[in-house]
Design a protein around this ligand. Structure first.
Ligand SMILES: [Zn+2]
Length: 456
């Protein structure tokens, strides 16, 4: 068994180069949602591949109809098992002075062991951590091969990831995949993700006339599309409790068991921390059990915006002729996005037959991680080895588009090993990542590769 000290010494040997590479890749503004940054996406792919090659690995940059995917393999012996690690190297947009950024977002800054810049935590820091886990594992003769899957379209919903998977199938020898793009619940408590919600977005619009009307002349007899849109929303969900009233929804998913809710309760989730971190004045529920059940294990029907009518200063006595609502639904394991969308559509059209419903592109299926296998135990042991604390089980209310296609196409179990902390400002201003997460993460990976190279 490899001891912690041996790995720590190796990390010290590599630290200077690691930080140099981390800085280099973080300073490339690989913003996938902005076409102007396409050249940075390509530069990021090239640079990332060069890191794997420098470690003696083979790489391929797979072209898709969208952004490429970097695939790499560090092989120690073809007869050893292979673990693939998924990270993404594209980032959210960021601009100094905007959305709360106080520094140049693409200038790498270190302060007391904390690294600041867009992409430090989501998800370039965790990618570099996995890479150095594999490099050190190779130096220590560990009996596992490691592959890397580095996507460059995660932040825009992975629209072309399937293109990559269709090409990589047969090339990748992965026996399982670790996804490293999730966040701990609290700074001192590692957590392991059990499931992720899926989602889809749609618009409901209603037009009842050719122009806005005088509310004195026509009001009372004229239909009001804004009010009807509000009625549709109320017909679909109870705004006080969030309960979805769409027919067939309650039967469409597996309700969280008492055992799952117990795990949620013991996850370290703190109501006060949650309220403070998200600046919430009040919530629909007060207790950990109900809150975690509703953000992790239940579907939602969310209203993002309503467009229509007069919103300028003062009053304007019109009956609007048209209104639109932007809606999304988050889905939990058991729910198929297409089926649920059809249920919602039917429910709305029965209530308001002339409403127009339009699905937005990008449906994501919910995902349930494989649990109860020897591999789960090994991940747990490795995280405890890296961070000195056993991980707790939690779930993610969000979605990572690549996960379901990866598990379906490559036909291997998918596990999670998140390294980011809640204060790291995922998608937010002054994004950060800590050295202790990199160091702990490398130790956890090396231990994991070691354990996976041994018969269970
Ligand atoms: Zn991410």
């Amino acid at each position: 068994m490899i001891d912690a000290k041996t790995i720590e010494n190796k990390i010290t040997d590599h630290k200077t180069t690691l930080l140099q590479r981390y800085k280099e890749i973080v300073e490339l503004p690989s913003v996938s949602s902005q076409p102007a940054h396409h050249k940075d996406i390509l530069a990021t792919a090239k640079l990332a591949a060069s890191f794997i090659e420098a470690a003696g690995g083979e790489t391929r940059i797979f072209e898709t109809k969208g952004n490429p995917v970097v695939w790499g393999r560090i092989e120690n012996n073809p007869s050893y098992p292979t673990i693939a690690i998924y990270n993404h190297l594209d980032v959210q947009p960021a601009e100094k002075g905007k959305d709360g950024w106080t520094q140049e977002p693409f200038t790498f800054v270190e302060k007391d062991g904390v690294f600041y810049s867009r992409g430090t935590t989501d998800d370039k820091g965790p990618a570099i951590t996995a890479l150095y886990g594999a490099i050190i594992a190779k130096e220590l003769d560990i009996k596992t091969n490691v592959e890397f899957i580095w996507e460059l379209e995660e932040e825009i919903g992975s629209p072309h990831f399937q293109d990559f998977l269709d090409q990589a199938k047969g090339i990748s020898k992965a026996n399982s995949i670790i996804v490293s793009d999730t966040v701990w619940l609290t700074p001192d408590q590692p957590s392991m993700t059990m499931s992720m919600r899926g989602s889809f977005f749609f618009e409901i619009s209603l037009t009842t006339g050719g122009k806005d009307l005088h509310s004195g002349l026509c009001g009372g007899a004229a239909r009001n599309p804004l009010a009807e849109i509000a009625g549709i929303i109320n017909h679909c969900m109870n705004p006080k409790t969030g309960e979805i009233l769409i027919e067939g929804i309650a039967e469409s998913y597996e309700h969280p068991s008492e055992e799952i809710l117990d795990q949620f309760e013991q996850s370290g989730f703190s109501v006060s921390y949650f309220k403070e971190a998200h600046q919430l004045q009040s919530l629909r529920f007060d207790d950990v059990r109900s809150i975690t059940a509703h953000i992790w294990a239940k579907p939602t029907f969310e209203v993002h915006g309503i467009i229509g009518g007069y919103t300028g200063p003062g009053s304007k006595s019109i009956v609007p002729n048209t209104a639109t609502a932007k809606i999304s639904m988050r889905l939990v394991p058991g729910q198929d996005p297409y089926t649920i969308f059809e249920l919602a559509k039917k429910h709305i059209l029965t209530y308001c037959p002339d409403a127009h419903i339009e699905l937005e592109p990008g449906m994501l299926k919910p995902f349930k991680a494989t649990t109860g296998t020897p591999e789960n135990k090994k991940i747990e042991t490795s995280i405890e080895f890296g961070f000195g604390k056993k991980p707790v089980f939690a779930a993610e209310g969000g979605s990572i588009g690549a996960i379901v296609p990866m598990s379906e196409t490559l036909q291997v179990p998918v596990y999670f090993m998140g390294l980011s902390l809640p204060e790291d400002s995922y998608h937010g201003p002054d994004e950060s990542f800590r050295w202790r997460q990199i160091e702990g993460g490398i130790k956890a990976y090396v231990k994991y590769f070691e354990l996976m190279g041994q018969p269970s």
